[in-house]
Design a protein. Structure first.
Length: 508
């Protein structure tokens, strides 16, 4: 288990370096793109480009299946079966890509031109974006087995490197957009596609050279095909519900309030995405271990990993989110200069909701590791599907756009509770044990940490407020998180990893 902890720590360090650069470059790139495109075109890209996602929910389900089965077979050390799973999953993804193109060109194209709230003057550009978004989505679908293979093999140094390359390419894309003499929205869609093509070939080349799974061969195996399709078939319900909670709500916002609100929500999603990258890197590092521990039947170690990853995920995201939330108006003004209406409120609620999602992420990863997902998917998807229904109701009743994000937060709280109860259903641990070992420590840490920065926030503003409240927050959080948030084993794990890092620096 010590080697697993060290591997997770090492992989997390690689991914954090990736995250820091991607976050800085990504936020600056978003500012350049918003400034160059303008609010209307930025909103068009977010809602039109995202519409294709509605037809890629099948791919999301297969992505989950591919990662699960690759990690499971690696846990069993069956390398021949790993290669078979890779090739079969790639066959399925090619079929999915073809299906997505058919659905997007028939249903999606009609919906774009008949139902979307876009000015006639920009409809040609919107169709241009839509077509290139379809191609970009197809490439993303076929890339999934390669990405899943890299994560399953825990090759996080390359995963970190390719993330940095992607961030740099998108930065160059943004600067190219500024100096483009053509329609900037059309140019942006073309350049986005070119970045996707480049990253795909990098993934493919690395898998062939380093994992041995990048070589595709066609074969027929009804049993393996059924295993993949059966698992992904139930995941399909979850993917459909998640799409409705995301892009479906974006479409409702567009219908009721136009592209300006889509731009505001797009900005909020990008801020939250940059922050959540911090914790998702950690989750990417421990996810293969969850599957492998379950495959080996090591329930005690699995329970400890779930508790630890849930707690660390929340605390790491809390470290980033709170200083930003306290100074959100100032930071958004500095970052964007012209902030779309509602963007700040969207951002605040979404970041609060992401803390809850970070806490519960290990639960759904564990459910997927079991492979017995039918009952869970039906329950969770039914709850998640409430997003689109309740969002329509609140918008129809005349509530302001941020109300839809409050709806999502309420639904996510219900989902967290259901996922926690499923841990007992699968015999992993009881909810009361999680409350005792994780939740009460987090609540106590947050309760001790909040008062001082909240008080100082009322006294200072702008740059002084940002630095003073952040300094006060970290001054209280670090000792509170260490002494109250962590148990004895987790403190020892932190101490050991810090010792290893300092030793490496000293010897280096």
């Amino acid at each position: 288990m010590d080697s697993n902890n060290k591997r997770i720590a090492k992989n997390t360090l690689f991914l954090y370096f990736r995250m820091l650069l991607k976050m800085c470059v990504g936020l600056y790139t978003s500012r350049v793109v918003l400034s160059t495109l303008g609010v209307e075109d930025f909103g068009i890209y977010n809602v039109v480009g995202g519409t294709v996602v509605l037809f890629s929910f099948i791919n999301n389900a297969m992505s989950t299946a591919t990662q699960r089965f690759l990690s499971f077979e690696l846990g069993r050390k069956d390398l021949s079966e790993v290669k078979r799973v890779f090739s079969m999953s790639l066959t399925v993804h090619i079929c999915i890509a073809a299906l997505v193109v058919i659905l997007a060109e028939i249903i999606g194209l009609w919906f774009l031109n008949a139902k979307m709230n876009i000015s006639p003057a920009r409809m040609d550009a919107a169709n241009w974006v839509y077509q290139f978004s379809i191609i970009t989505t197809v490439i993303g679908i076929i890339k999934v087995p390669y990405r899943a293979s890299i994560i399953a093999y825990e090759k996080m140094s390359f995963y970190a490197f390719i993330g940095i390359v992607e961030a740099v390419l998108k930065l160059l894309l943004a600067f190219s957009l500024v100096y483009s003499g053509f329609d900037k929205l059309k140019t942006f869609s073309v350049l986005t596609l070119s970045v996707s093509v480049c990253i795909f070939f990098c993934f493919r080349s690395f898998c062939r050279r380093k994992t041995g799974t990048g070589y595709y061969y066609y074969f027929r195996d009804k049993k393996l095909f059924v295993k993949l399709i059966s698992f992904s078939g139930w995941s399909l319900f979850g993917s459909m519900a998640n799409v409705s909670a995301g892009q479906g709500v974006n479409i409702l916002l567009n219908i009721f309030h136009g592209v300006a609100v889509n731009a505001a929500k797009g900005v909020a999603n990008q801020v939250n995405g940059a922050m959540y990258h911090f914790v998702s890197n950690f989750q990417t590092a421990f996810r293969p271990q969850i599957v492998k521990l379950y495959a080996l039947g090591k329930k005690r170690q699995l329970e400890q990993l779930i508790f630890r990853s849930s707690k660390f995920s929340f605390l790491m995201l809390f470290c980033l989110n709170l200083p930003l939330m306290l100074n959100l108006d100032f930071v958004m003004k500095i970052w964007l200069k012209t902030v779309p209406e509602h963007a700040n409120v969207f951002c605040l609620i979404i970041m609060l909701d992401s803390l809850l999602n970070a806490l519960g992420a290990p639960f759904w990863m564990t459910v997927q590791a079991t492979g017995k997902i039918k009952k869970y998917i039906v329950t969770a998807s039914s709850i998640t599907g409430l997003n689109i229904v309740l969002s329509y109701i609140v918008l129809k009743l005349g509530y302001s756009p941020p109300a839809v994000v409050l709806v999502k937060a309420a639904v996510d709280l219900m989902l967290f509770t259901v996922r926690l109860l499923f841990m007992r259903y699968f015999g992993i641990f009881k909810a009361v044990k999680y409350v005792k070992n994780v939740l009460w420590r987090i609540v106590a840490t947050v309760a001790i940490t909040l008062p001082l920065p909240l008080l100082l926030h009322t006294c200072y503003s702008e740059w002084k407020g940002l630095f003073i409240t952040s300094f006060a927050f970290y001054t209280v959080l670090l000792p509170a998180g260490y002494f109250i948030g962590l148990n004895r084993q987790e403190k020892q794990l932190i101490n050991d990893n810090l010792h290893t890092i300092f030793k490496s620096i000293h010897n280096g």
